[in-house]
Design a protein. Sequence first.
Length: 454
Amino acid sequence: MRNGPARLSIHNLEGLVGEDDIDTVLVVFTDMQGRLQGKRFDARHFLAEVVENDTEGCSYLLAVDVDMNTVAGYEMSSWETGYGDFVMRPDLRTMRLMPWHRKTVVCQADLLWEDGSAVPAAPRQILKNQAARLAERGWVGLVATELEFIVFENSYEDAWDRAYRDLTPANRYNVDYSILGTSRVEPLLGRIRREMSDAGMWVESVKGECNFGQHEMAFRYDELVTKADEHALFKTGAKEIASQEGCSITFMAKYNEREGNSCHIHLSLRDRSGAPLFAGDGQHGMSELFEQFLAGMLACTADLTLLLAPNINSYKRFADGSFAPTALAWGRDNRTCSFRIVGHGESIRVECRVPGGDVNPYLAIAALVAGGLYGVDNSLELEPELVGNAYTSGAPRLPRTIRAAADRFGESEVAKQAFGTRVVEHYRNMAEVELRNFESTVTDWERFRSFERM
């Protein structure tokens, strides 16, 4: 199997099924929380029925909280609407091997209503709409992600039973760039690298990071939707491989008081012929288009932060001196800024440092494109580069809580014009649901402070 094609056509799949090399096909989509949801099909049934006739899933999958509880406030799916189905239409261009599961293929699906119209709140559809806006101008977006995570020697079941306390990190000290330190975890990370490669993903590198047991895996760039598909599959696959090895991995933005998990997103544009559009004769080798695009991202990020930092925990990562940004500023190779310009000549690009490892890649990339297009459409002028420490600068700040981010997102005309009012209301409600859950929960922090001393 390792010598066969990682990305499959129907013809490839039919051959593999006929030879009994494949017997299972996963049809999946990414939900609001960035998780893969879907069904496992017998491969022969998939070929005989699902390819032509699609499959269905309950619409509540885009209207629940993290615990899969039905919650109020979603127009598209509720008790009043009867929690009917939406259509899951396999995108056959996305079929690939899933090497960490025996004889298994995975296929991404688009979500449709029964009349064939797209489900607007589906994360993949939100990003496809922004990619279409680029295509209208003759542009193609390219994106790459660098994703950080913490590895623990505990299994997921053991971590649950311990209430996630007193877990053992895979490294006991800071292994940032350490070859010796990362070698300790190479049996797991090497398997993840190899099996992601066998699934058709181009893993560029893996390195140690600052928190104990923390590592980063970087992937080569690709077109927007393809890269988001791969990002979502990687997160699921890495967790599944870790589980098979008796370990666990967390992508949560801020696991403890040390460094949080980041997701750096690199973005650039090309025209239909493949010519880069961000390279030019301006400052730092930037084109006028790049300057306007970057100016738009700076102007819109505060309004769109909810899509870049979607959880309550996301905002605990925004701490001064933490390598997670707090200031809305740009700089050339400056890691204190939200937007870092990297690369030279035709490879010049922007690295957005705002998202954490918990981000939904479809929503984050869509937000960056929407902001950039706002800058281009309004011919925004790029502010001067921030030189020095952005943490101590007077630059505008990111929203520091999900409440502030949700309020800005819900009231933003930029968001409504880019995504539509219904999508904005849908994701603002997601934040409200999380806030209500959090605000009604009694935490360990409260017990430690109040049980005896108050």
